[in-house]
Ligand binder design. Structure first.
Ligand code: ADP
Ligand code: ASP
Ligand code: MG
Length: 465
């Protein structure tokens, strides 16, 4: 079979983790599979790159650039020497030249006091530029022929939007020619999170974008299956960090997974589902640290099981924005003006609800977009399309997912009755698709809302029990 194996940051966090990853890859390759690997940066490295870039541009004092570069160097060199001693000189030299380049860019930004989206994207792609050569060398060390390939050299062509680029369909034949062609001979290790625009500018795919890289590469090489290797046993009924009783889901449909990840289940990046669904590629989500566990299968099958509700996601730090005024009632084009203005300003609207009197439209956006959204809506107000703009901070969105909800009378009733019994005020409701209903609560109620719905549908019990 032809497989893509994507390893997240914690899976390649240190030398021990990398050695473990190498064992997993070797085992699958020895079993006769062709494998393309996609890797993230080592844990926290992308966060550190973002933080140092902010410091360089905003801080009055000179940030400790040398110490930062040195800490990256020692962490990566330690891993390299441990997992690929025979290649420590060759790859060490390469990492050193990368780090010099990174240091020079940061210095230039500090001296010029100018940071463009283009230079920022280039800087934050360095985590993957440092991790991939080490993992590739570690494979060679155990006798698996391998090379490292940047997202750009792999053929990922993007629409050029910095910090959230989308891959163009022209990428696929390029990836087939550049990565697919290598697979008979070796295991290429592709740097996740990045691609290049049509004019060859590095663009990142948004935070956690290596899952998306894995999916793009999978679609490009016509993979039979994609493995998302992470730090939990699979896709779970909810985020185990907020509800420790969360359980692994054995199988889930693309549609259910898409809703879950769109509404905050971090385990797969929402945009990764686009190429996966287009090419109908079966996905396994598995734990690098517990590879014997079967994990979760994500596939086109609807998997109608006994469970009405399968999973619950939570997005915190959101805002409710309300626009209105009698002027809106029955007037065509108002919604178009509002959403065009927000779209142009780059504001992502997660949920929308329109009052039945047509006098208000409420929407949920991420808190970090609030100022931009208010400025964009102020323009719409100036043009006379709306009269009032209001907002509430500290809002959370809870999303309940399950194909079984469609056509099961009483499912929604159970959700809202259990919230009521727990004294949780529901501010807004939206049924986005047949496999999902989302509702909005105050941030302080978010985790409790997830907990009571999780309990109401007995999601802490084994599937099938
Ligand atoms: P990686 O570095 O492997 O990409 P991420 O941190 O991006 O890992 O994603 C895995 C994390 O997603 C888990 O550690 C878990 O805390 C979180 N998560 C949130 N919701 C879910 C869910 N429904 N199922 C599994 N994990 C979830
Ligand atoms: N390294 C990137 C991030 O931390 C991409 C990824 O890990 O998926 O966001
Ligand atoms: Mg991730």
């Amino acid at each position: 079979m032809r497989l893509v194996m994507k390893f997240g940051g914690t899976s390649v966090g240190d030398e021990k983790c990398i050695a473990n990853v190498v064992n997993i890859i070797k085992e699958f390759r020895d079993a006769g599979n062709e494998i393309a690997v996609v890797v993230s940066a080592m844990t926290h490295v992308t966060d550190q790159l973002i933080a140092i870039t902010e410091e360089v541009i905003n801080c009055k004092q000179k940030p400790a650039l040398d110490a930062f570069i040195e800490s990256l160097r020692s962490r990566h060199m330690r891993a390299l020497i441990a997992v690929a001693p025979d290649y420590a000189d060759e790859i060490g030299e390469h990492l050193n030249s990368r780090l010099t380049k990174l240091s020079n860019i940061l210095l230039t930004i500090r001296n010029l006091h100018e940071l463009t989206p283009r230079s920022r994207d280039y800087i934050i792609s360095f985590g993957e530029r440092l991790s991939a050569p080490i993992i590739s060398a570690a494979l060679r060390q155990v006798g698996v022929p391998s090379s490292y390939v940047s997202g750009c050299d792999a053929g990922i062509l993007t629409n050029g939007v910095h910090n959230g680029a989308t891959a163009l369909p022209e990428s696929y034949p390029r990836i087939q020619a550049r990565v697919g062609a290598l697979l008979a001979e070796q295991v290429p290790v592709v740097m996740g999170y990045m691609g290049c625009s049509t004019d060859d500018v590095v663009t990142t795919l948004g935070r956690s974008g290596s899952d998306y890289s894995g999916a793009i590469v999978g679609a490009g090489i016509d993979a039979d299956e994609i493995f998302i290797w992470t730090d939990v046993d699979g896709v779970m009924t909810t985020d185990p960090r907020i509800i420790p009783k969360a359980r692994v889901i054995n199988s889930i449909s693309f549609l259910e997974m898409r809703e879950m990840s769109y509404f905050g289940a971090k385990v797969i990046h929402p945009r990764a589902l686009v190429p996966i669904m287009q090419k109908n590629i079966l996905v396994h989500v598995k734990n690098t640290f517990n590879p014997k566990h079967l994990g979760t299968i994500v596939s086109r099958e609807p998997h109608r099981d006994k469970r009405i509700v399968k999973a619950i996601s939570l997005i915190q730090n959101s805002c409710l924005v309300k626009v209105g005024g009698a002027i809106m009632a029955g007037r065509p084009g108002v919604a178009g003006e509002i959403f065009t203005a927000l779209g142009k300003a780059g504001v992502n609207v997660m949920l929308i609800s329109q009052g039945s009197s047509e006098m208000t439209i409420s929407m949920i956006i991420n808190e970090e977009h609030l100022d931009t959204a208010i400025a964009a809506l102020a323009d719409v107000k100036r043009k006379g399309f709306i009269r009032e703009i209001g907002f509430d901070r500290d809002i959370a969105v809870v999303s309940v997912v399950g194909a079984g909800m469609a056509g099961t009378p009483g499912a929604l009733g159970r959700i809202f009755l259990c919230l009521d019994a727990a004294d949780i005020d529901v501010i807004m409701i939206s049924q986005g698709s047949e496999v999902n209903v989302s509702f909005v609560v105050r941030q302080v109620d978010g985790v409790n809302a997830v907990r009571v719905v999780h309990e109401e549908f007995h999601l802490e019990e084994e599937e099938g029990s």
